[in-house]
Design a protein. Structure first.
Length: 231
């Protein structure tokens, strides 16, 4: 199958590129700026890396133009910011929505004509447990990830009759660069709050994505992959 993975140079997305490439699928992934990481993943997996800011609609259209119809889109590109709502500022607020929400729309819009033509497709959006319950000091991030859940449910209803499934993975704490600046005491507290008593790994998220790719009667769902932290 043909996979598009947004945000494939690092973390969860890079693990998804590794996994689906190793399964023999053709993978093209997008990344924003980390060329060295993207080239390393591309060399390792044989997947195509394309530098493209998902917040730029024209750039996304161009990046996916010659790919042909995609069977699977994994909308994983995302950014986070930790701080009080009074400190975030409008530019950062707008940027987080531009990447985390508008970026998803841009990727969906680019792959949809091919999926509609095939009357088949699978879209997996990456939300967060904070999109389900909200996190103090991550109000904007939580709002974007809540939007991802609503987008997923609405789009699943709209595209179901075209045999295109749309689901969402809502990770808990996952050990990637995104958590690198979280204080060790906070990480330890989050681990203690997790019934399975560990943080998530990118491979845990990819296992859930793999399930959603194969689960042909599942659409519009939010699959929480958080070690039981949010039940
Ligand atoms: P990460 O390690 O920081 O990797 C983020 C990836 O997204 C990188 O490949 C990055 O590319 C790409 N990206 C960021 N902004 C982009 C843009 N404007 N255009 C194109 N690509 C862009 O993050 P992660 O932890 O793997 O997170 C992946 C997804 O899971 C995100 O949506 C995140 O919100 C969600 N999530 C993560 C956690 C967690 O604890 N880690 C928890 C819940 C949800 P560059 O390398 O070029 O920067």
């Amino acid at each position: 199958m043909n996979f598009i993975i947004a945000g494939g140079s690092r973390g969860i997305g890079a693990e998804a590129v590794r996994f689906f490439s190793a399964q023999g699928h053709r993978v093209r992934f997008l990344y924003e700026k980390n060329h060295a990481a993207a080239m390393a993943v591309s060399r390792e997996t044989g997947a195509e890396a394309v530098c493209c800011d998902v917040a730029d609609k024209d750039a996304v259209t161009e990046a996916l133009r010659d790919f042909g119809p995609a069977d699977v889109l994994i909308n994983n590109a995302g950014i986070a910011h930790y701080g009080l709502i009074s400190q975030i500022g409008k530019a950062q607020w707008d940027r987080m929505f531009a990447v985390n929400v508008h970026g998803m729309y841009h990727c969906i819009d680019a792959v949809l004509p091919g999926m509609l033509q095939n009357q088949s497709g699978c879209i997996i959006n990456v939300s967060s447990m904070w999109g389900q319950v909200g996190a103090s000091c991550e109000v904007c991030y939580s709002a974007t990830k809540g939007a991802v859940i609503a987008l997923t449910k609405a789009l699943a209803k709209e595209l179901g009759p075209s045999h295109i499934r749309v689901n969402c993975v809502a990770p808990g704490v996952v050990l990637t660069d995104m958590c690198a600046n979280v204080a060790p005491e906070t990480m330890e507290w989050l681990r203690e709050e997790t019934p399975l008593e560990r943080h998530g790994l990118p491979a845990d998220m990819v296992q859930a994505m793999d399930y959603l790719v194969r689960a042909c009667f599942v659409t519009g769902q939010v699959l929480a992959v958080n070690g039981g932290m949010i039940i």
